[in-house]
Write a protein that binds this ligand. Structure first.
Ligand SMILES: [Zn+2]
Length: 315
């Protein structure tokens, strides 16, 4: 089975090296260093060696970058994320080509179409670069911050404060609700949001709130969004979602009561779908046209939760 989208980053994160200034300097001079560039909200894709730029181009990109993060090691070669947002667009208004055989793309739009390893590295790079952009000033005192530890910490530059800021990961829950449709057939609850592509249906999701466990968030979110009460919460895997910094924690749950009453503020529609109905009506081919219903892409945690149920599993 392929990894879940944006997970299984194929790098040694080299945690011990991040605080070793000598090692960081040595890695910075490594002849085989590799760079995953970001420009504004775009990531570089489709290059000759996947998302990573090497050789003399790597040195050039690192020199142009306003922020550089050591993502980890591939073999003994360091891999960096580089924020090139300060580089102006090309004269034709397009993102800077920088003499590279690759193209800029929005990861959110193309991530599911990329090889798993490429999508994972780009998501990891994007998450850290976005965090740096949002953490330039100390949230405690307002003074500027400076990147440390290979880009995995930002330190407040006010000596009276000295707060240390670390990359955020915001937990969200995504959950399949198991129940029955009006005919009494086993069914799962899926919904649509107006911002989604026409025809796409998926399971419910929401953010974990302060002072709440993921399981409690599942119960609350399902109640708020659909009116259904659930119990028997089972963990079912997770998917990073770096837009900008979420981790979607997957669960399945069993409906035990309530009445289907979708929250009109958040949800366009919510319905129970039996296996027979999904088999008869849903088709991945509808994703690229035709207007019929389709499920999320196979690599997503949402689809894994749905496929697990279609295969007759409880989790
Ligand atoms: Zn501060």
């Amino acid at each position: 089975m392929k990894p879940i989208l944006y997970s299984s980053v194929p790098l040694d994160r080299a945690h011990a090296l991040r605080r070793d200034g000598d090692a960081l300097s040595r890695l910075g001079r490594h002849p085989d260093r590799l760079v995953a560039p970001c420009w504004k909200d775009l990531s570089l894709t489709g290059g000759p060696s996947g998302p990573l730029v090497g050789g003399s181009d790597a040195a050039r990109l690192l020199a142009l970058a306003e922020e550089v993060v050591l993502l980890g090691l591939r073999g003994d070669a360091p891999v960096y994320a580089a924020d090139l947002s300060a580089v102006p667009p090309d004269p034709d208004g397009q993102p800077p080509r920088l003499g590279l055989e690759a193209r800029w793309a929005a990861l959110k739009a193309v991530g599911g179409t990329l090889p798993a390893a490429e999508a994972g590295i780009l998501a990891y790079a994007r998450a850290l670069i976005l965090w740096h952009r949002r953490t330039r000033f100390c949230g405690t005192c307002g003074a500027p911050t400076l990147a440390c530890d290979g880009g995995h910490m930002r330190a407040c530059q006010d000596p009276q404060c000295g707060a240390q800021h670390y990359p955020r990961t915001d937990p969200a829950v995504i959950m399949r609700v198991d129940g029955f449709d009006d005919s009494g057939a086993e069914a799962i609850l899926m919904h649509r949001q107006s911002a989604w592509p026409a025809g796409m249906w998926s399971v419910l999701a929401g953010f974990v709130e302060p002072g709440e466990t993921p399981e409690e968030a599942v119960i609350r979110e399902v109640r708020e969004e659909s009116g259904i009460e659930v119990a028997d919460i089972r963990y079912g895997g997770a998917q990073p979602w770096p837009f900008p910094s979420s981790l979607m924690i997957g669960f399945s749950a069993t409906a035990i009561g309530g009445a289907l009453c979708p929250d009109s503020g958040e949800i366009e529609d919510a319905r129970w779908f039996s296996r027979a109905r999904i088999a008869a009506e849903f088709d991945d081919g509808h994703r690229t046209g035709g207007g019929g219903p389709f499920l999320p892409r196979p690599e997503t945690i949402a689809r894994r939760l749905i496929d697990s149920w279609l295969d007759g599993k409880r989790d």
